[in-house]
Design a binder for this molecule. Structure first.
Ligand SMILES: [Mg+2]
Length: 457
C-alpha cells in the first residue's frame, strides 16, 4: 500500500537519507524543513503519515506534534517522532505531545518500514470510516469524529501473555497505571480466555517456554471472535525475522527487549485509540443506517425499507414459484381517536398497535409502517388461506383487548381492517400485489370495517 510520507527535519542530509529509503519502498515523499511548513502541509491534507524530528530550531517537534493533535483537521494524522538514541526522556515528552510512535536515530530500516506501513494501514481504515461518517453527519447529535478522536486511550482491558516473572512485573506495572492488565502465562489458556474477557488488546511474548508465541498470534488473528483484537508482539532483538512474519499476517505492532517503558505505553495507547476510533465510527454508521430504515414513532421499519426488501422477496417468490402474501392493515376511525383524546393519545395507540402486530409476525416476514396509521406485512411463502388466517388472528388480537392510554388511565377500543392479497403468476412487480391488498382494504372498510377482505389468487 503506497502513501504520502511527510519528512520533517531541519538538516538536509537527514531528509535525503529518509527520502531515499522511503522512495525505494515506493512511498511518495513530501518534505518540510521547519515546523510551520509541516503544519501547513498537514492542514492541506497533503500527507498520510508524519515523520517528525524533535530537534529543530524555532518550533520543535514536540510543539508541532501538539498542534497537529489539537487541531481537529489534523488530529487523525499518525505522527512518528524521531528522537536521538541517547535521549530516552524525549520519548516521554513525545508521548505527552500525543505522538503515535517513535523511531530513534540512527534509523533502523525494518523499524522504519513497519512503523510507516502499520500506521498507513490503520489510517486507510479510519479514513474510509471517516468519509462514510462525514457523509451521514447531518443526522445531528455530537460530532462523532470529535468524539472518537478525543478518546484518551486509557482504561483498556489488556491481556498479557508472558511467562518471564521480571517482564510480567515491569509490563504490568507500567501499564497498570492506566489500564486493566490480566496476566496469563499459559498460551493455551490465553487462547480460551481471549474471546471471553472483553479485551481490547493482547501483548504476546514470542519466546514463551516451550511454545511459539507467533502461533498464538496467528490463532488469535484467525478466530472470528478475536479477529478485531489489537495484537502487539514482544520479541528479542535477534528475532527480527519472526517479528516481520507476524507483521505480515496482521499483528499490529511489536516491542523489542529490553522494553522501554514509554515506548510500551505509547504503542499500547496508539493501538487502543485506533481500535476505539474505528469502533466508534462503525457504531455511528450502524446507527445511521438503522435510522434511515426505521420509523421513529413505532420503531417498525419504514417505507424505504419495505420498498427495498419487498423487491427481493418478490423476486425470490417469482423465481421459485412460491407464495408471497401482502397484508395491509389500517386502524379503523383513527381520526376520531385523535380528535377525541388528542394526538399524543393517537401516537400511543399507534405504538401499541405496532407492538401487538410485531408479536404476531415471524422474523422472516417484512413488517413496516406504510403510511399514517397503516401497517404492511409481507409474508414470504404464504398462500391465500394462510394469509387470511394470519390477518384474522391479528384482527382479533386488536379487537379483544382495549388499548390503555395516558398511563393506563383510559382504555380505548380499537379495531383494524385488513386487506389481503397474494402474488399472482402474472404479476410483474411487488406493486401489483400491494395494489390488490389496497383494493381489498378499501372493500373491508366499505363493508363495515373490523374485518378481513382478500382478493383471489
Ligand atoms: Mg534536527
Amino acid at each position: 500500500m503506497s502513501a504520502r510520507v511527510l519528512i520533517v527535519d531541519d538538516l538536509y542530509p537527514n531528509v535525503r537519507l529518509l527520502e531515499t529509503k522511503l522512495s525505494l519502498e515506493y512511498f511518495d515523499v513530501v518534505v518540510a524543513m521547519n515546523g510551520p511548513d509541516a503544519l501547513a502541509i498537514c492542514e492541506r491534507g497533503a500527507c498520510d503519515v508524519v515523520l517528525l524530528d524533535v530537534m529543530m530550531p524555532g518550533m520543535d517537534g514536540f510543539e508541532v506534534c501538539r498542534r497537529l493533535k489539537s487541531n481537529p483537521v489534523t488530529a487523525h494524522l499518525p505522527v512518528v517522532i524521531v528522537t536521538a538514541l541517547d535521549q530516552p526522556a524525549d520519548r516521554l515528552r513525545g508521548l505527552d505531545a500525543g505522538a503515535d510512535d517513535f523511531l530513534t536515530k540512527p534509523i533502523d530500516d525494518t523499524a522504519l518500514m513497519t512503523r510507516v506501513r502499520s500506521l498507513v494501514r490503520l489510517k486507510a481504515v479510519s479514513d474510509e470510516l471517516r468519509s462514510r461518517v462525514l457523509a451521514t453527519r447531518d443526522i445531528g447529535g455530537p460530532d462523532p469524529l470529535a468524539l472518537a478522536t478525543a478518546d484518551s486511550g486509557d482504561g483498556a482491558r489488556i491481556l498479557l501473555v508472558e511467562d518471564r516473572p521480571g517482564a510480567i512485573d515491569r509490563i504490568a506495572t507500567a501499564l497498570g497505571e492506566r489500564h486493566q492488565v490480566t496476566v496469563e502465562t499459559d498460551p493455551h489458556r490465553a487462547l480460551v480466555m481471549a474471546p471471553e474477557g472483553g479485551f481490547e488488546l493482547a501483548l504476546v511474548s514470542l519466546d514463551l517456554e516451550g511454545f511459539d508465541g507467533l502461533r498464538l498470534c496467528s490463532q488469535l488473528r484467525s478466530l472470528e471472535r478475536t479477529r478485531s483484537l489489537s495484537l502487539i508482539m514482544i520479541g528479542e532483538m535477534h528475532e527480527k525475522a519472526r517479528v516481520t512474519r507476524g507483521l505480515e499476517f496482521g499483528v499490529n505492532d511489536y516491542l523489542l527487549r529490553p522494553i522501554d517503558r514509554n515506548e510500551l505505553i505509547a504503542r499500547v495507547r496508539t493501538q487502543v485509540r485506533r481500535r476505539r476510533f474505528c469502533e466508534t465510527l462503525r457504531g455511528v454508521l450502524q446507527a445511521s443506517m438503522e435510522m434511515a430504515i426505521t420509523d421513529d414513532l413505532t420503531g417498525l421499519h419504514n417505507r424505504r425499507y419495505l420498498d427495498r426488501q419487498i423487491g427481493t422477496a418478490f423476486g425470490e417468490a417469482t423465481h421459485h414459484q412460491k407464495g408471497l402474501a401482502c397484508l395491509l392493515l389500517d386502524i379503523d376511525r383513527f381520526k376520531s381517536i385523535n380528535d377525541t383524546y388528542g394526538h399524543e393519545a393517537g401516537d400511543e395507540v399507534l405504538r401499541a398497535f405496532a407492538e401487538r402486530i410485531r408479536q404476531q409476525v415471524r422474523p422472516i416476514d417484512i413488517l413496516a409502517r406504510y403510511g399514517g396509521e397503516e401497517i404492511v406485512i409481507v409474508v414470504p411463502g404464504a398462500d391465500l388461506p394462510e394469509a387470511r388466517a394470519i390477518a384474522e388472528r391479528i384482527r382479533e388480537r386488536i379487537e379483544v383487548t382495549p388499548f390503555g392510554i395516558m398511563g393506563g388511565a383510559q382504555d380505548i377500543s380499537v379495531t383494524v381492517s385488513v386487506g389481503v392479497s397474494v402474488r399472482r403468476p402474472t404479476d410483474t412487480s411487488p406493486a401489483d400485489v400491494i395494489k390488490r391488498a389496497d383494493a381489498a382494504l378499501y372493500r373491508a372498510k366499505s363493508f363495515g370495517r373490523n374485518r378481513v377482505e382478500a382478493t383471489a389468487a
